[in-house]
Design a protein around this ligand. Structure first.
Ligand SMILES: O=C(O)CCC(=O)C(=O)O
Length: 286
């Protein structure tokens, strides 16, 4: 039984997003946050060559059990199945964290611009709040219906206070007056389409703004990047074998998981850095 009502599916198709959707209880969200913060505290003693921020921002599900568990969470998959159908893969898992009083922002962009999936309709992002995501803490803003157009040109800014990998922004004018605020309580999620215009502002509050982002695709989503791509099957079947279908080794930051992490990063870096006017540090060799 699909988890989203027909009216919710219709709203997603019309607007390119759905928000808010209840997934976790506040206590569950608090537990997920505690697990993330335990990793942050432990990281210096692990002796790994990359910062925790790198593992959080790129393919966190490969090395962190918490992210993997959330990515395979039945309540999220039921909702995503209503939009994408019964066969679901996780392409990426990322923690988007804004520290208290940070000036870091996310500029207006369309996710699909750099993913090597063309402008596919066969993906959806679940953004799950692990702390209050409000206008003051820098929650996302969406331009309803903007997913209805093709991918528009973007330019790289590499701006210091931009959280995106290359500070990319839409090169055409986006009218802020058209945007809606996607506020979420801890445990709620938004679902958004990869062609949707979206952005987020600074965090002027005393608490961290923590989003756990899971990017779901259908197995038949085009893979048009430079090299082979990877994904993790979480429901149904992959009858296409369009991507390398992987199950990360169990345990947190195990040597096997780190090795797989590096393999995937190396393979994806060509696509995700393609055309950049400078180095994209999130996809660089350690
Ligand atoms: O967390 C944010 O503020 C932006 C996240 C985002 O751009 C995305 O999930 O596609």
């Amino acid at each position: 039984m699909p988890a989203l009502a027909e009216t919710q599916v219709a709203a997603y198709r019309r607007d390119g997003f759905l928000c808010p959707v209840d997934v976790f209880t506040p206590a569950e969200a608090q537990q997920l946050r505690a697990e993330l913060e335990a990793h942050e505290a432990l990281h210096p003693s692990r002796g790994l060559k990359r910062d925790i921020a790198q593992y959080q921002r790129v393919n966190a599900h490969v090395v962190m059990e918490t992210a993997r568990r959330v990515a395979a969470e039945r309540r999220i998959l039921d909702a995503v199945e209503s939009l994408l159908g019964p066969d679901l893969m996780v392409w990426s898992c990322e923690y988007f964290i804004k520290e208290p009083h940070t000036t870091k922002v996310v500029s207006w962009h369309q996710d699909l611009t750099y993913w090597g999936m063309d402008g596919s309709d066969h993906e959806v992002t679940a953004w799950i709040a692990l702390s209050p995501a409000t206008e003051a803490s820098g929650c996302m803003r969406f331009v309803p219906g903007s997913h209805g157009q093709a991918l528009v040109p973007h330019r790289d800014t590499f701006a210091e206070d931009n959280l995106l990998s290359r500070g990319q922004e839409i090169a055409v004018e986006v009218d802020e007056a058209d945007a809606v605020v996607a506020a979420l309580n801890p445990g709620q999620m938004s679902l958004h389409h990869g062609r949707l215009f979206h952005a987020s502002g600074p965090n002027v509050t005393d608490d961290r703004r923590i989003g756990l982002v899971v990017r779901y695709i259908r197995p038949d989503t085009p893979s048009t990047g430079v090299g082979r791509d990877y994904a993790m099957l979480v429901r149904g079947c992959d009858r296409t074998l369009g991507r390398i279908n992987m199950v990360p080794p169990s345990g947190d930051f195990s040597p096997a998981a780190i090795a797989l992490y590096e393999e995937i990063l190396a393979a994806q870096s060509a696509t995700l850095s393609d055309g950049a006017e400078g180095g994209v540090s999130l996809y660089a060799e350690a």
